[in-house]
Design a protein around this ligand. Sequence first.
Ligand code: URA
Length: 245
Amino acid sequence: MRLVRLIANLGYGSRKEVAQMFRAGRVTDTDGEVLYADDQVEASSIRVDGAPLDPGSGLVLMLHKPVGYTCSHRDPGQLVYDLLPPRFARRRPPLSSIGRLDRDTSGLLLLTDDGALLHRLIAPVSCVSKVYVATLAQDLRGDEADLFASGRLLLEGEAKPLAPAMLEACGPRRVRITVTEGRYHQVRRMFAAVGNHVQALHREAVAGLSLGTLPPGAWRELEGGERALLGGNHQPGVTQAKTPG
Ligand code: URA
């Protein structure tokens, strides 16, 4: 790919603006030698204003989503994309969240510009495990773990029961719950179905990946081993895709 297009697709500017950056000598190699738009160099050797280029396409990020941010690209309030460098919003292909968290839910959100990965992970058959910690308004009744594990729980307005989910009580009003589906407001609706109310919800892990020490509002690129957890059919954390029938 020609350098102007490569750098423009990473959101550094329009092709015209990037061509101007070359003319201004802002694009160099690792030794500070000025590069020209028709040079043939590896992306890893390119510097813009002395800094390495952002990662190329195929990017996967983890973000510690704070409460109060929405996963939409367009919304009147604060967006998760506002937590990333502004030029990421101009990347082509665009970054999208892999599934969504509600505005009032915090925790691990994955984002990618890899359309195939995105569609594979959000497909209903993908069975990616997601672990949430919920704080409840009322004490547990005692039968929730069995009901959630039964594969018979129906959410209001739905005809298909939920796949079995695992509930671990961490206190009378605090639970850790592992689900493999991604239905709309799923965890909140599961507790509504048993007469309770989720007061706070935090996602700890997705597909075996966890936030570690990443603070709220911060993000980082996935490392190779972490990326491998999301790929292929036999990786821990991602159960093999089920084929209908
Ligand atoms: N379930 C919910 O209810 N909300 C989320 O954000 C994620 C799962």
